[in-house]
Design a binder for this molecule. Structure first.
Ligand code: AMP
Length: 282
């Protein structure tokens, strides 16, 4: 496995590659969820490249950025074991040189709802960095986790907006959970064992809401939403930003009469000052 720190070394290394290239962007503090993306890429491509870069542009909260866990040595060991071919660990200057001009992406309403609403500018930051990496790496396939469901839809839209020379296939990988059902996240490192146990309420409420939705044709969506938020708070969460139902146009459902197909339920909530997100597909 090659570990690369500069754009020049990256270009040189990529010039020797003949065959399909899969790309997994990450911010490090790797866990089995990230590794499942690497494994999928390794199984579908001749070469796999992973980036580790904590992108300040996608953090709207300076403290969250400062506190982001950094575990580079164990990250590299995990990637090596997963048979990743190249790891790109650029500095901020490599990704955003002084002459770098950030594009603006016309994402429409998707960047104003849910994560977009609670983290203003977040999705522009995500698009800027992913676009920059795609430009430097030019992979055949891009691997993202369903854990960040809205991010997958945003990047799908960004790819559709771009006039790329070569088409990049977006591959979405299912959320990896611990044995009790908690979605793996780098932020879980900041949770006590008790908070992790309490956090299971998120997937429990998502699963219950989905079950009610698919077994009952006259479901009161707003009632499920209200009761789920109440249950999450009762389990020990300080706040619940949202527990929302999304239709096929990624619109948040605000009333019980919805003619469009419901595709997912998404939630974000804070426990012990750690903000967690999770979702379930319908
Ligand atoms: P991050 O380092 O948090 O930016 O995540 C890098 C990639 O890993 C993103 O595409 C995430 O959606 C994905 N990812 C994070 N957690 C999980 C998980 N539990 N299961 C699957 N993919 C994940």
């Amino acid at each position: 496995m090659k570990v690369i720190y500069t754009n020049e070394a990256l270009a040189l290394s990529l010039s020797n590659i003949k065959g399909d290239l899969g790309f997994v962007p990450t911010m490090g503090a790797l866990h089995d969820g990230h590794i499942s993306l690497i494994e999928r890429s390794v199984s579908e491509n001749k070469f796999t490249i992973c980036s580790i870069f904590v992108n300040q542009k996608q953090f709207n909260n300076a403290e969250d950025f400062e506190k982001y866990p950094k575990t580079i040595d164990t990250d590299l060991a995990k990637l090596e074991q997963a048979k990743c071919d190249i790891v790109f660990v650029p500095t901020n200057e490599q990704i955003y040189p002084t002459n770098f001009k950030a594009s603006y992406f016309e994402l429409g309403n998707i960047e104003n709802v849910l994560e977009g609403f609670y983290r203003p500018g977040h999705f522009q930051g995500v698009c800027i960095v992913v676009n920059r990496f795609l430009d430097l790496i030019k992979p055949n396939k891009l691997y993202l986790g369903r854990k960040d469901f809205q991010q997958c839809i945003v990047i799908q839209k960004m790819l559709a907006l771009q006039k790329l020379d070569a088409k990049i296939e977006l591959c979405i990988v299912n959320t990896k959970r611990n044995r009790y059902g908690l979605a793996l996240s780098s932020r879980n490192l900041r949770l006590s064992e008790e908070a992790k146990r309490k956090s299971l309420i998120l997937i429990t409420c998502l699963e219950n809401a989905k079950a009610t939705l698919i077994t009952n044709t006259t479901t009161d969506i707003l009632k499920i939403q209200k009761e789920s938020i109440k249950e999450i708070k009762q389990a020990g969460f300080e706040s619940v930003d949202y527990f929302d139902f999304i239709n096929e146009d990624f619109e948040v459902i605000k009333k019980n009469t919805e003619s469009k197909r419901i595709i997912a339920i998404l939630t974000a909530a804070t426990i012990d000052a750690v903000r967690l997100i999770d979702n379930i597909e319908i």
